[in-house]
Design a protein. Sequence first.
Length: 160
Amino acid sequence: MDVDSIMDMPDVWIGFNSDDRQRAWWQNGLATLALTGVMVVMILTTHEPSIWWFVSGLGVLAVVAFVGTVNLIYGRVLLTARGLEFHTFVSRRVIPWSEVAGIETRRRVIRSRVLCDLRVVRVRGRSLTIPGTATSRVMDAELERKQVAIQERWSRAVNG
């Protein structure tokens, strides 16, 4: 029996720790609160019927932003012998290790901030962001630890 087999390894959860979860709530909560404030002011000060379409659009945007925030903060991935099990607010999905072509770090600049996250590159289909890996810290030891854990599992699953 091979001691280093992926079948012998315990399942591992990848997601935000409590500090990262709290930081994300503050950052996203303030933006959602500001959007809600603009909507309330517009509702109270405008009596034109044509503006209601705009306010309704902002309301839909606020709901989408809130669901996205919850999805970002509480989404996790379970690393198993089968593959990556995505557990998010809106869906559940399994990506078998055989469908993984690579794990990459995506960096993008939004409003003069660098945002990083991990993505699973699939053999077929589009790449998917791995829940619980977003960060605004450029050199993030926690993100690197998550990437190493995922790549180690993937390597063992593919190489036997």
